[in-house]
Write a protein that binds this ligand. Structure first.
Ligand code: SF4
Length: 292
């Protein structure tokens, strides 16, 4: 699954955005991205607002960067990862562990030319990838493309996201993303609506995971929520085994109650060792490629 990633790092292959530049598709991507931005349909909320003038559910107009730095907390094969955190998010997760940046517009607009320089400097300092995250990167796709327009650094681009993008936005990613670091949070739409305030979660996110699997390298992250093993963790694992069997899966145990989690009885604790073991065992039993 990660062969191409290593080939880019070793300079044997080109990052996808450089390929797109060579075959001329890149500039078409930028045009399409700004078009989607002007009647926003970048994610499946499809707010249809002109983002030059107003924001939609995500609260984002112009891109706002909360921080950017060399990150050592990602999966071992991804570090050091030059991680760019955007403010704002199209999800309203009541337990968000980054709520201070996801649920506001803190941060700064940084000129794309300057960000392109930071990317090159990070590469020179040993970064293995550029990790677009938030909040959520989806509302900022046109801005990210403007940065990459100014860059010629051969470094893999990672899409670190809740995967609630529209189909059109997924098509855009296919032109510049090498590796998808994709959250899979819920096994049913009821939990998604109750805890993240999003509709039709499962059909959208499953569609996008399949697209990512076909188009690039897919690493799925699943954060186990307390008391959500049967309704969420297990159905997700079953779906992965059946539909994207070669994906690498990180089953995460680091949930802790924060933000509004205290208002939800079952979320008001960490997960138990038993819950973690149960999910891990189930994943291994179904032949999932688990990274620990
Ligand atoms: S990115 Fe999604 S939530 Fe934000 S304005 Fe566009 S469609 Fe709405």
């Amino acid at each position: 699954m990660l062969e191409r990633y290593h080939a880019i790092l070793e300079g044997r292959e080109k990052a996808r955005y450089l390929e797109s530049k060579e075959n001329g598709n890149f500039y078409e991507l930028i045009e399409k991205a700004w078009d989607l931005f002007s009647r926003c349909g970048l994610c499946e909320h499809r707010c249809n607002v002109n983002r030059h003038r107003q924001h939609g559910i995500c609260g984002v107009k112009q891109a706002s960067i909360a921080s950017h730095f060399m990150h050592y907390g990602e999966e071992s094969f991804l570090i050091p990862s030059y991680t760019i955190f955007f403010s704002g998010c199209n999800f309203k997760c009541v337990y968000c562990q980054n709520w201070d940046i996801s649920q506001g517009q803190s941060g700064l607009y940084i000129e794309p030319e300057r960000m392109a320089k930071y990317i090159n400097e990070a590469y020179q300092r040993g970064a293995k990838n550029i990790n677009w995250v938030g909040g959520e990167p989806t509302p900022n796709i046109p801005y990210i493309l403007e940065i990459l327009k100014n860059s010629d650094t051969n470094i893999p681009q990672i899409w670190n996201s809740n995967m609630y993008l529209s189909k059109e936005a997924m098509d855009l990613l296919n032109g510049f993303i090498d590796l998808y670091l994709a959250d899979f949070k819920y096994g049913n739409d009821g939990c998604a609506l109750r805890l993240s305030k999003v509709r039709n979660y499962t059909s959208i996110v499953k569609r996008n995971h399949k697209i990512a699997y076909e188009n690039g390298m897919l690493v799925i992250r699943h954060l186990i929520l307390p008391s959500h093993v049967e309704c969420c963790s297990k159905p997700i694992i079953e779906w992965i085994a059946e539909n994207v069997p070669d994906a690498i899966v990180n089953i995460m145990d680091q949930y802790y109650p924060t933000y509004k989690a205290y208002e939800y009885d079952e979320l008001n604790r960490r997960i138990t060792v038993q819950e973690y073991k149960e999910v891990l065992h189930y994943a291994k039993e179904l032949g999932i490629h688990v990274v620990e």
